[in-house]
Ligand binder design. Structure first.
Ligand code: NDP
Length: 279
């Protein structure tokens, strides 16, 4: 059976280290979280982030706005938080209601407070390797691999999915770790054959159990980013865990793999923002 890449355990260790540092260095740090509309999944994510802040000693300020909030009202709030010296990080929970231009809002966040690393300036810095913040999920993936002693340099990595928030930046970070990287997507011909090349396979698609055992090389390391709810309510990843875990050498579970790592890196980025903004 494959080794389980336990993101919950590692995230807890990261948060404990951050808490210790905040207490020892008496760091004052604040994350502003904006939630527009009553999306229940977004509410759960925001609550999780607020709990993480409370656990490690980061202040959080929540701005819950009605779904009819206009784009200019949201922009005005972002501008006010950009100008507020007591706010270190700004996070706008996505998705936003359809009448608001998501890109316009992301572009309005000050790059030095953009703890999600979605602003084009921070995205560009990922390309050059000269970054302030790394995007939370891709950075969490790399940390999960490194802390579990998975060698990345020289390995064949296949990333399935090319979104701006997961697939593309994950591929870039793997490249910076000296992997040979292939990015697959919905137009990729013969996905199974491409996946079978991978020493390290990252699935970031959003399709329940798309990756089956016949698509995986024996001994491969599998990172499952997907979060999918089955009709029976069960939460599963993009990887068919029961069959793939029999042939992989290591695999991240869903839940308990990449999800907690994403949240831990957000805390790390918020602390980084306070160090950066208040020096
Ligand atoms: P997107 O929908 O933005 O991107 C999905 C990607 O998958 C696209 O690039 C798409 O290709 C590709 N794709 C779709 N179908 C196929 C297919 N049949 N074969 C190969 N590629 C395919 O999703 P996200 O990147 O935002 O999220 C991916 C998953 O990760 C979701 O389940 C999401 O919930 C989860 N997630 C989990 C996080 C965590 O912390 N655990 C954080 C963020 C996301 P194309 O570009 O051609 O359309």
């Amino acid at each position: 059976m494959a080794k389980i890449l336990d993101g919950k355990l590692l995230a807890s260790k990261i948060k404990t280290d951050l808490k210790t540092r905040i207490e020892k260095e008496k760091i004052s740090c604040c994350l502003a979280v904006i939630l527009v509309g009553g999306n229940p999944a977004s509410r759960i994510y925001v609550n999780g982030k607020k709990n993480d802040c409370a656990e490690i000693g980061i202040k959080s300020r929540e701005f819950e706005l009605p779904s009819k909030t206009t784009e200019s009202e949201l922009l005005a709030l972002v501008e006010a938080l950009n100008a507020d010296d007591n706010v270190d990080g700004i996070l706008v929970q996505l998705p936003l209601p359809a009448h608001i231009d998501q890109e316009a809002i992301i572009n309005a966040i000050s790059p030095s407070k953009d703890v999600d690393a979605f602003h084009p300036i921070n995205v560009g810095k990922i390309m050059t390797g000269n970054y302030t913040f790394l995007p939370c999920t891709p950075a969490g993936i790399i940390e999960l691999l490194i802390e579990n002693d998975v060698q990345i340099a020289g390995k064949e990595c296949v990333v399935v999915g090319r979104s701006n928030i997961v697939g593309k930046p994950a591929a870039m970070l793997l490249l910076q770790q000296n992997a040979t990287v292939t990015i697959a997507h919905s137009h990729t011909r013969n996905l199974a054959e491409v996946c079978r090349r991978a020493d390290i396979l990252i699935a970031a698609v959003g399709k329940a159990e798309l990756i089956t055992a016949d698509m995986v090389k024996k001994g491969a390391v599998i990172i499952d980013v997907g979060v999918n709810r089955l009709p029976n309510g069960q939460l599963v990843g993009d990887v068919a865990y029961p069959e793939v875990s029999k042939i992989a050498s290591a695999i991240s579970p869903v839940p308990g793999g990449v999800g907690p790592m994403t949240r831990a890196i957000l805390m790390k980025n918020t602390l980084q923002a306070s160090t950066y903004n208040r020096k």
